[in-house]
Design a protein around this ligand. Structure first.
Ligand code: SIN
Length: 406
């Protein structure tokens, strides 16, 4: 067993973990862990995009769309925080170099997905998650105070008198690390690896939730699991390939085996999924179809090049023919209960991203709210860690405020 000492340890290198690291003060010594290689996080796979509040007139509609998709089980305070913070996050991502699609006049282009009453989704082709994750990673890798260990998985928490004092982790060669840290952030992603058919990487097995539960940390809505309606049907084993909901936002339609539409494709995901399952049951089939016939060829080639490529590999050209689709597990709305500062019920333990539940998504997530929610609440976790650290220093030196100490 090897002992390591850091100010903050972050388990997980998806956008939530990276954005937390990027916002922590530069004097904090930070260790980040990636369960496999850095490419093995679900943030990389997000296709559709990231929502933004386009203008003040859109606030009520965006709020209502998020709540309606979530069956009004969302925490209203969290939804408000996310929407109000969205413009700042998008501006920051642009400043960091994220190449969101723009119009000829230089303004952002917006696409649309199910249950959105208007287009408000920023995107980079059909690989928005990859674009954001790689940009954040490049910035984090330049920080001298951050160390990243790949192929190192969290196996337990270190608990001292009811507080989190770091984590235990296993390295690729089986070595055990005892990582002591003032603050610990779980950014361990979703649970798709536990499902036979999921869009997630198989390595995502809900480790954060399992370990948190072992220590009596509160969890929330562990049964709120989202099934994405349109994954490419395949009999091959392995991860299901997503066909972004933005394809339907741009005009792709669902067809049954008789070539008939059977649902409004832009209803919330859970409703569309249910309609597909019902159609499969009625027809006694393992899949239905998605047709790109109404999507202009230049949109397919410019916006969905990777989806086209992947479908071609499977023998379907979306420019010419419908592709077979089937719903698959995609996202987890429940998780480790956190407050609006991403604090869990255990002191010095934070959770961000899909493994956390701050209540933004309610019972069913609105499309393209996940990257945004992850980034907004990761930044808040970093702010909370900084503030808690300052308070501790103030009480140690007996001064009433940080400013007076400075
Ligand atoms: C998609 O592009 O359909 C997935 C995006 C998301 O999960 O919000």
């Amino acid at each position: 067993m090897k002992d390591l000492y850091y100010d903050v340890v972050i388990a997980g290198c998806g956008v939530a973990g990276l954005y937390t690291a990027l916002h922590l003060p530069p004097d904090k010594k930070i260790l980040m862990l990636s369960k496999e290689d850095l490419a093995g996080c679900d943030s990389m796979l997000a296709q559709g995009g990231i929502c933004v509040l386009r203008d003040e007139e859109d606030y009520d509609a965006y709020f209502e769309d998020t709540m309606r998709a979530g069956h009004y089980e969302n925490r209203r305070e969290s939804v408000e925080i996310m929407i109000r913070s969205s413009r700042g996050v998008i501006d920051h991502l642009l400043a960091l170099g994220v190449r969101f699609e723009k119009r000829a006049d230089g303004a952002l282009s917006y696409t649309r997905e199910g249950a959105h009453s208007r287009p408000r989704i920023c995107f980079h082709k059909d690989i928005t998650g990859r674009e954001i994750t790689l940009t954040l990673l490049a910035h984090v890798q330049k920080l001298p105070n951050v160390t990243i260990l790949e192929y190192t998985s969290m196996t337990d928490l270190l608990a001292e008198r009811g507080s989190c004092a770091g984590i235990l982790a296993r390295t690729r060669d089986g070595g055990i690390l005892q990582i002591h840290a003032e603050d610990t952030v779980m950014a361990t992603g979703g649970i798709g690896g536990l499902y036979e058919r999921s869009t997630n990487y198989p390595l995502l097995t809900g480790d954060g939730c399992r370990i948190a539960q072992k220590h009596g940390v509160a969890l929330e809505h562990m049964d709120y699991v989202q099934i994405h309606p349109t994954c490419l049907y395949s009999t091959k084993p392995g991860r299901s390939f997503l066909i972004s909901e933005s394809a339907r936002g741009e005009g792709a339609v669902l067809l049954n085996h008789r070539g008939e539409r059977f649902v409004d494709e832009l209803l919330p995901r859970d409703v569309v999924t249910e309609a597909i399952h019902e159609q499969m049951r009625l027809e006694g089939c393992d899949y239905e179809y998605l047709s790109f016939e109404k999507v202009p060829a230049e949109t397919i080639l410019g916006h969905f090049p990777n989806i086209r490529e992947k479908c071609l590999e499977e023998g379907y050209d979306i420019l010419r023919e419908p592709v077979p689709i089937v719903p698959a597990q995609h996202y987890f709305m429940g998780g480790i209960h956190v407050d609006s500062g991403s604090r869990t019920t255990m002191p010095h333990l934070y959770a961000v991203g899909e493994t956390s539940c701050n209540g933004v998504h309610g019972k069913n997530r609105l499309a393209s709210n996940s990257l945004l929610e992850s980034l907004v609440f990761a930044k808040r976790a970093a702010a909370q860690i900084e503030e808690t650290g300052e308070k501790k220093i103030r009480s140690a030196v007996g001064g009433p405020s940080g400013k007076e100490i400075a």
